[in-house]
Design a protein. Sequence first.
Length: 82
Amino acid sequence: MGVSAWALALAVTGFVVGAIALIRLMGDMPGWFEPVFAATGVFGLLLIVAAFVTVQYRRIPWLLLGASSVTLVAGIIMLGNA
């Protein structure tokens, strides 16, 4: 249940950050922003999926969700600096 709650929190936060990025992309953004931001988001989503696939193990899902949280923070930092 904890894995699902953490994944939900990541998904909702990622959706909000992605919506803000989409709005900002309509303006003037650096050329590197869109592909790097999208790749970071896809990688974070893959980590969440991997956490669900490995839920039968003790610590691996938590490590994967932690890594996905790092990618979300990286996306927020990119959004703030672009």
